[in-house]
Design a protein around this ligand. Structure first.
Ligand code: GAP
Length: 435
């Protein structure tokens, strides 16, 4: 669809998914706030990830590690040394660019002049701040640029307390921060974002097989939540693209309006991280296999996804324009598990006689699922609004409901309407949600 990007960005603002941060002060450089329905969608993305990575498995446990971290962690991980982008400045227009993202490394894309770039400087992407009242050497701390390191530094504590043994994983969802030189494309690349990462510790000989397994699992997760397969691909990295820690990486890529781009990376990190943290901390980060009477450093397979970026892909692939009764409608065909509200309760009219029963239906559903309630405007307009925020089902309470204690469920995608007794409503909707 032409202009899909603009349509989605406009919808996000208009319906309360995503707002520019600090907008009343003119906005604040590529940062965003998630509005009343955006926060629900973003939580549902994280919840769907956690469900598949932790809840439905017995070989992965969770962690929530600190965001502020001492330099030693980033010294050991290699981020202080290697987590850099090459930066050039145009001497003519003073604009700054990432050298590796320039189409022509000799021509400024802003002013068009040739040969005006400075020598490339390596720019570290980590945000540095100071802990305590004194700024300066010894007080530096970093905002984590990835959640991954928490899983490596807590490897021993988790191993000692969780009764897990390789192959097993540690999963974490949380904020990460990168001082990106070129943030952009809405929430695709921001300086503050949410990651969903899992470090899977395996016996070294099993690493290639687990790498292949996690590539397939992560591809499938996106498909199961509604991304069409022709908008999704797994792309192995070329050797010159690999991060400093990786011996193999494949990206799950989504066909964004500007082309294929990364949703998440699955990397074979080998024993790089545990070995580095062992060396730097002096703590042995190994596993002792009693049956084989052998001690080894597990290898790590890491599926690393971005929740904010993945949310954007779900929005892009769900955005649909169709026609209902000769009228254009916009509908977000989000998977019910992801939809901000699962159901909207709509009394047919605002007449006082309907309100008590409509509120009774709402109270019946609320303990089971997130519900919206809307009684203003025509029923047609209220359906359109729910379509635009992706609500899979609307429940209409009408005047007959007062007599027969039945309501109508309208399906967002098929537009099918069925009448069912209020007493069966929870079971019916839960059945639809879980199917
Ligand atoms: N621990 C490995 C790691 O962090 P990464 O490829 O740099 O790998 C993983 O990041 C995922 O985090 C990316 O695939 C992307 O979805 C998300 N991500 C990374 N930088 C981001 C940014 N600036 N804005 C939004 N999401 C980002």
């Amino acid at each position: 669809m032409a202009d899909l990007f603009e349509h989605v960005v406009n919808l996000c603002k208009r319906r309360g998914f995503v707002f520019p941060s600090a907008e009343i002060y003119g906005g604040f450089r590529s940062t965003y706030d998630y509005g009343p329905v955006g926060v629900l969608l973003l939580r549902n993305v994280q919840e769907a990830w956690w469900r598949s990575m932790v809840q439905l498995r017995d070989d992965v446990v969770g962690l929530d590690a600190a965001i502020l971290s001492p330099p030693q962690i980033w010294e050991a991980s290699g981020h202080l040394q290697n987590f850099t982008d090459p930066l050039v400045d145009c001497r003519n227009c003073k604009e700054r660019f990432r050298l590796d993202k320039l189409e022509d490394p000799d021509t400024c894309p802003s002013c068009g002049k040739q040969g005006t770039f400075t020598e490339a400087r390596q720019f570290n992407l980590m945000f540095k701040t100071f802990a305590g009242p004194v700024e300066g050497a010894g007080a530096e701390v970093y905002l984590r640029p990835e959640t991954a390191q928490g899983m490596f530094t807590q490897f021993k504590n988790v191993l000692d307390t969780s009764r897990k043994k390789p192959p097993f994983g540690i999963a974490q969802v949380g904020k990460s921060f990168r001082n990106e030189i070129t943030p952009g494309n809405f929430v695709f690349r921001t300086r503050e974002f949410i990651q969903m990462e899992m470090e899977f510790f395996v016996p070294p000989a099993e690493a290639p097989a687990w790498f292949a397994y996690w590539c397939q699992e992560r591809y499938r997760w996106n498909v199961d939540l509604g991304i069409p397969e022709d908008q999704l691909q797994l792309r192995p990295h070329d050797p010159d693209e690999l991060s400093h820690y990786s011996s193999a990486t494949s990206d799950v890529e989504f066909l964004f309006p500007w082309g294929w781009d990364e949703l998440e990376g699955i990397a074979n990190r080998g024993d790089f991280d545990l070995t580095q943290h062992s060396k730097h901390s002096g703590e042995k980060l190994e596993y002792f296999d009693q049956a084989a009477n052998e001690r080894y450093t597990p290898h790590v397979i890491e599926p690393a996804a971005g929740a904010t970026r993945t949310m954007m892909a779900f929005l892009m692939s769900a955005y649909t324009e169709d026609e209902v009764g000769g009228e254009a409608r916009t509908v977000l065909k989000l998977h019910p598990r992801l939809a901000p509200y699962k159901v909207a309760v709509l009394p047919l009219s605002k007449k006082e006689t309907l309100t008590p029963l409509a509120r009774e239906v709402l109270a019946l559903l609320q303990p089971h699922m997130l519900c919206d309630y809307d009684e203003t405007q025509s029923i047609g307009k209220r359906y359109r609004r729910q379509d635009e925020i992706g609500t899979p089902w609307c429940v209409t309470v009408d005047f007959d409901s007062l007599d027969d204690r039945a309501v109508t469920i309208r399906d967002r995608d098929s537009l099918e309407q069925v009448r069912i007794p209020i007493d069966s409503l929870v079971g019916e909707l839960r059945g639809r949600l879980e199917s």
